[in-house]
Design a protein around this ligand. Sequence first.
Ligand SMILES: Nc1ncnc2c1ncn2[C@@H]1O[C@H](COP(=O)(O)OP(=O)(O)OP(=O)(O)O)[C@@H](O)[C@H]1O
Ligand SMILES: [Mg+2]
Length: 243
Amino acid sequence: MVFRRGRGFLTRGETVQAVDRVSLALGEREVLGLVGRSGSGKTTLGLILCGALRPSSGQISSTAGRGPRCQMIFQDPRESLNPRMRIREIIAEPLVLQGVDRRERSERALQIAAQVRLDPALLDAYPHELSGGQRQRVAIGRAVIARPDLIVADEPCSMLDPTVSAEIVELLAELNRREQVALVFISHDLAQAASFCRRIGVMHAGKLVELGPADSITSAPSSEPARELLASSRARELLTYAG
Ligand SMILES: Nc1ncnc2c1ncn2[C@@H]1O[C@H](COP(=O)(O)OP(=O)(O)OP(=O)(O)O)[C@@H](O)[C@H]1O
Ligand SMILES: [Mg+2]
């Protein structure tokens, strides 16, 4: 994926190779962790996987005979949740496109709230009235209501404290088990990704530099970027225990 950055009236801008020759096969219901430092191309790859960004070359295909139906969850739900809509409407919004009527949308929103363990009293609230963790549950609920084949969660925990973060990870893992949905979990925290993803891809400067079972990457990383990520994850864990 090539971007042209800083293009102006007189400047042609510089080109950025944000994702470079990445080849990846994702199994049905697989949970894949995608880790890498800031700017390594994780979000760009996630957007491409979701069909939200068309790659400058290359393609995405699915054995389902159509493009995979994908939903994305972002780091900061304040940005992705419409501040003028009630939580009930936000969760059920994907159903509007499917032509589901208002009453059924409301019922489905209530079921989904239970599934993502969101207090049903919050369905009439607006996003700013919720905590960060609650807002992330809303974003997850809106993603699963459309019954996607794949959810790409782009650093969904990085704005949450460690306890809430662990709850969100547990919720995503549970939905993957119950809802027949594959999951790409993007994180800069290798240990966190390895705690529930069987397979991990490590990105560095747009390239997938390592791809393999989580336990072998955490016990014997074979690339320098993976070693660095592991070291910073361990340092973060120590800080959390100390704090
Ligand atoms: N729309 C865009 N236009 C130009 N350059 C972009 C665009 N989006 C991303 N880039 C560049 O592509 C590279 C990869 O960015 P990307 O957002 O995919 O990284 P990331 O791994 O998600 O980083 P972070 O961990 O900080 O979220 C960076 O150099 C970034 O500046
Ligand atoms: Mg990103």
